[in-house]
Structure formats: structure tokens, C-alpha cells
Design a protein around this ligand. Structure first.
Ligand code: ADP
Ligand code: 5GP
Length: 300
């Protein structure tokens, strides 16, 4: 790529187009896949595109790391890795639909491909149904195990210490935080929650995919820590009204806690574009099928 700072940039005066270098443009909402450049099928595709005059040659040669395929039939080359390139495309706001297109990741050969265990990270506003969906996954996939978080939140009547959470005091939490025991931690709805490093490392070492039902801050922090293993899935409620109904029906929180959780839902939803996949949990059966499809595609 010719850009000095190795970043894709907006092309001046070319609305909805990004400059990949040498004035080679990729059009808004037209990217259909971003692939590693090195595999044999990709080399063949590049050769064929070149012969047919469809190759937009931003970085021919050894620095080429990824190939962008567009539905205009043009093939673009880039010096950025596919993962970085995708992140940049998303950051640029020029591809508003990219995050919700499931095949985007499906068609990308993962660095973690093979039997490498993944971190399956599920976030959602409280009450959207992530616990329900995670419980179904755990029943169906023996190779997935859930990370049990540590929290300062009061234990709910049906919850079992060590199974749903490790319930500890704020003082104990602070000590663990200072000792560096958490891979990530966050203050959510006025309580502290954290994921123990040891839990994650033990499960990965045992060859298990690790399931997390954590908030958006925690999800993005884990992604930074485990960039190639993390798989981020966001669960949307069908509406805020339905979210409120579910929180009331669950009978686990005070009216004040419910109000706080509803208020926070708006911020959480605004982060959903950063996730690899998004599912709306309206009909539980349908939502679970979508989740299962993603897991089968990404983790097996
Ligand atoms: P979260 O873990 O995201 O806070 P839960 O899984 O506890 O959410 O779900 C909140 C409530 O909504 C629970 O009572 C659950 O049984 C119910 N629920 C989950 N999914 C659905 C759905 N698709 N339709 C109706 N109710 C649902
Ligand atoms: P709840 O109190 O309803 O069990 O959880 C409240 C919020 O805290 C949810 O969004 C849940 O996903 C999040 N949460 C639970 N455990 C963790 C954790 O270990 N880290 C982070 N960052 N959030 C968590």
C-alpha cells in the first residue's frame, strides 16, 4: 500500500469511497470479502483477476497481505492484514452494514483456524437473554465451558456461589484487582465484575472453547488481550419495552436496579457495531439457531 502511514484513508471529493493507495478506491458497502493473500486459491484468484484486467493493484508483491473482493468484480490488494483491514473499514463508517454481515467473518480464513480454542464472548443489555442463550449452548456443546466471573453484586436467591458467580466483597475484589488476577474487569450497573486470568488460561490449556456472558467493556478488553481467538457476539432485545417486561418478569432486581439497567441499555447497544456478529433475541428458538450456526461455523 502506498499510503505513508499504511492506513486506508478517505479519498477527497469521492463520496463513499476509500483510498487504498495509488488512488485505488474501494466503494462504500461493496466489499463482499476480505481474505488472507497467501493461500493458493487467493493467488489463483489474483492471477485470474490480473489476466482479466480486474486487479486493482494497490500493493502488488511481497507486502500484499490481504485481498478485498467486491461485488463490482474488482479485486483489491492491501498491505494490511485482513483483520486490521476489516477493523479499519469498520472504523471508517463507510461500510455501515459490514458488522452485521455474518459471511464477512465466515469467508475470512481465521488466524485461529484449526482446532485452536476460541473465546466466545456474548454481550447484551441486561435482560436481553444472554444467560438463557448461553445455558442452551452449554447443553448442546460439550467442548464449550463457561468462564465463571467474580462479582461484588449481591447473590440472587436462585444463584449458586462458584457456579453462577464467585460472590465476594468490594474489599476482596480490590485486592484481586491490585494483584493483577483479572484478565478484565468493569464496573457495571454499580457493581464490580471481573474475569480471572487463571480461569481463561486453564480452560484454553484444556482445549475448551471458553464462553463469556460479560458486558461490552469486558468484551472489547478481552478482544485486545486475545485478538485472534476472541469471537464477539452481541444480543439485541426486540425493543426496550420488551427488555423492561423481561427484567420485571425475572423478579431478580429492584425497580431502581431495573431502571438503571434500562438506562444503560442504550449505551450498550451503541457499542454493538464493534461486535463480529449481532443477533436479535425476539423468538428464542430462532435466536438460538442463529447463535448455533455461528458457533458451528467459527469453532468447529
Ligand atoms: P440476561 O442474561 O441477558 O440478563 P436472561 O437470560 O436472564 O437475560 O433473560 C431475561 C428474562 O427474559 C428471563 O426471564 C428469560 O427467561 C426471558 N427470556 C429470554 N429470552 C426470551 C425470549 N426470546 N422471549 C421471551 N423471554 C425471554
Ligand atoms: P448480572 O448482574 O445481571 O448478572 O450482570 C450484569 C452485567 O455484568 C451483565 O452485562 C453481565 O454480562 C456483566 N458481567 C458479568 N460478569 C462479567 C465480567 O466478568 N466482566 C464484565 N466486564 N462484565 C461482566
Amino acid at each position: 500500500m502506498s499510503n505513508k502511514d499504511n492506513k486506508i484513508s478517505w479519498a477527497k471529493g469521492s463520496q463513499g469511497m476509500l483510498n487504498l493507495g495509488h488512488e485505488n478506491f474501494v466503494r462504500s458497502d461493496r466489499v463482499v470479502a476480505v481474505m488472507e493473500a497467501t493461500s493458493l486459491p487467493m493467488k489463483r484468484l489474483r492471477d485470474r483477476a490480473s489476466q482479466e484486467g480486474r486487479l486493482i493493484d494497490a500493493t502488488a508483491g511481497r507486502r500484499t497481505k490481504s485481498v478485498l473482493i467486491t461485488d463490482t468484480q474488482h479485486v483489491f490488494l492491501s498491505a494490511l492484514s485482513p483483520h486490521t483491514l476489516q477493523d479499519r473499514l469498520l472504523e471508517n463508517d463507510a461500510f455501515p452494514n459490514l458488522a452485521s454481515w455474518n459471511w464477512r467473518r465466515e469467508s475470512l480464513p481465521h488466524k485461529s483456524q484449526g482446532a485452536q480454542p476460541r473465546l466466545i464472548i456474548i454481550s447484551a443489555p441486561s435482560g436481553a437473554g444472554k444467560t438463557t442463550l448461553c445455558d442452551l449452548l452449554l447443553k448442546d456443546f460439550s467442548q464449550i465451558q463457561q468462564s465463571v466471573s467474580t462479582t461484588t453484586r449481591p447473590q440472587r436467591p436462585h444463584e449458586i456461589n462458584g457456579q453462577h458467580y464467585f460472590f465476594i466483597t468490594s474489599e476482596e475484589f480490590e485486592k484481586k484487582k491490585l494483584a493483577g488476577e483479572f484478565a478484565e474487569w468493569a464496573e457495571v450497573h454499580g457493581n464490580f465484575y471481573g474475569t480471572r486470568k487463571q480461569t481463561v488460561d486453564d480452560l484454553l490449556a484444556a482445549g475448551k472453547h471458553v464462553l463469556f456472558a460479560i458486558d461490552v467493556q469486558g468484551a472489547l478488553n478481552l478482544k485486545k488481550l486475545y485478538p485472534t481467538r476472541a469471537l464477539l457476539i452481541f444480543i439485541h432485545p426486540p425493543s426496550i419495552k420488551e427488555l423492561q417486561n423481561r427484567l420485571i418478569q425475572r423478579k431478580g432486581d429492584t425497580p431502581e436496579a431495573i431502571a438503571k439497567r434500562l438506562q444503560n441499555a442504550y449505551t450498550e447497544i451503541s457499542w454493538s457495531q464493534k461486535f463480529d456478529y449481532q443477533i436479535t433475541n425476539d423468538d428464542l428458538k430462532k435466536a438460538y439457531q442463529q447463535l448455533k450456526d455461528i458457533i458451528q461455523r467459527e469453532c468447529q
